[in-house]
Design a protein around this ligand. Structure first.
Ligand SMILES: NC(=O)c1ccc[n+]([C@@H]2O[C@H](COP(=O)([O-])OP(=O)(O)OC[C@H]3O[C@@H](n4cnc5c(N)ncnc54)[C@H](O)[C@@H]3O)[C@@H](O)[C@H]2O)c1
Ligand SMILES: [Zn+2]
Length: 343
């Protein structure tokens, strides 16, 4: 498992950590936004290093950018003892980590996630990769970073929509694993919270689940709650003017799947109502025409292991408890989306 360090003085702590690690050359990878907002926060504390920055955005998490990164490592003469720091959101961590894990059969890297989403989700679990020919995270490896440094200092410059997108995963952690955590997450004034406490608790939950099932043969599937229908919304509106951030799509998906949980896995109606109130209170309602529903439904069955015409879902038994491998048919999925639309 990766070493996760929660730090209030990240520049100093990172500086002394890498010193004791030892390396031949040090390289930092940022995207064009974290270059401006996060790189200066590490200030002069880092020893001599070289810096590579790529244009921000999921559309650059591809082989072309990897080629530039590998070329930079080669031009800088990085050997097997070189060390990489990935400073940025999930795109930087996934791609910088992938490049490091494959350069000369793997050099060491440290992740410094700077979005809430990457702090609570992408930072744990060792999944690295890039998108390929329109398929998300299609090429990749499982490799652990040397360490992950998490600091709420970076969240100060994150836009509210990006912060909210990460907050969807935080809510998911409460829903699948801890009612008391879910209960203490704010609806009103959610922007001002103890983010340090939140990242610690969320990372703890994700870690516990991943440690028990690193390769997703069973339990880890509960982390997919909200994601089967959520991904379908994300893909359906990709490259349209209604496009959704990952967490915004997962918020819609969690409401649809909470409805399915009530229908199929025992989630009490009263708890469904509490979930609806919280998620709508934070994310509002995503509006879409009725004739999109069947297209969204079709996307749910893509890339999934089906059982006949059924898809396996992770669904809540109650607040804080999630089951997995529950088969759901297409009609039921359609009903769930209609339910969301009726809210
Ligand atoms: N490996 C995993 O387990 C895992 C888990 C979840 C998501 N992911 C991946 O993570 C990616 C999404 O992560 P993300 O939402 O962090 O995306 P991202 O890295 O694109 O960051 C979102 C935006 O915020 C900007 N940004 C980042 N930090 C900032 C800061 N501190 N201040 C101001 N702006 C900042 C970025 O430049 C970008 O424009 C996806 O590619 C997804 O596939 C991976
Ligand atoms: Zn997610």
């Amino acid at each position: 498992m990766e070493t996760i360090i929660f730090s209030q003085k990240v520049a100093e702590d990172l500086g002394s950590y890498i010193k004791q690690l030892g390396y031949s050359r040090l390289g930092i990878i940022t995207d064009s936004n974290t270059k401006v907002h996060c790189y200066p926060k590490l200030g002069q504390s880092l020893p001599e290093h070289v810096h590579f920055s790529f244009e921000a955005g999921e559309s650059n998490k591809n082989l072309t950018t990897c080629t530039s990164i590998w070329q930079w490592m080669t031009d800088e003469g990085f050997d097997r003892k070189a060390l990489i720091i990935n400073l940025g959101g999930g795109v930087t961590g996934d791609m910088g980590g992938f490049c490091a894990a494959t350069y000369k059969r793997g050099i060491r890297f440290i992740n410094v996630p700077t979005t809430l989403l990457s702090q609570v989700d992408a930072s744990v679990g060792g999944k690295l990769g890039i998108d390929f020919n329109g398929f998300k995270n299609h090429i990749g490896v499982f490799t652990q970073p040397e360490a992950v440094f998490i600091s709420d200092l970076f969240l100060e410059t994150l836009s509210e929509v990006e912060l909210r997108s990460g907050y969807a995963e935080v809510i998911k952690h409460g829903l699948i694993k801890s009612k008391s955590y879910f209960d203490c997450l704010r609806t009103e004034g959610w922007q001002n919270q103890d983010w340090r406490g939140i990242t610690e608790r969320s990372v703890q939950i994700k870690k516990e689940v991943v440690e028990k099932d690193p390769k997703e043969s069973g339990l880890r599937k509960i982390l997919n709650f909200g994601h089967t229908i959520g991904h379908a919304f994300e893909s359906y509106y990709l490259n349209t003017e209604k496009h959704l951030l990952h967490g915004e799509a997962i918020a819609v998906g969690m409401l649809c799947e909470a409805y399915l949980s009530n229908q199929k896995s025992g989630l009490p109606a009263q708890e469904l109502a509490i979930i609806v109130e919280k998620i709508l209170g934070i994310f509002g309602k995503f509006e879409f025409p009725e004739d999109h529903i069947s297209g969204i439904c079709d996307l749910c069955s893509q890339d999934k292991k089906n059982e006949g015409d059924k898809i396996n879902f992770s669904l809540l038994r109650e607040l804080g408890n999630c089951d997995f491998n529950i088969p759901v048919n297409k009609e039921e999925i359609q009903q769930a989306i209609i339910y969301y639309k009726s809210l």
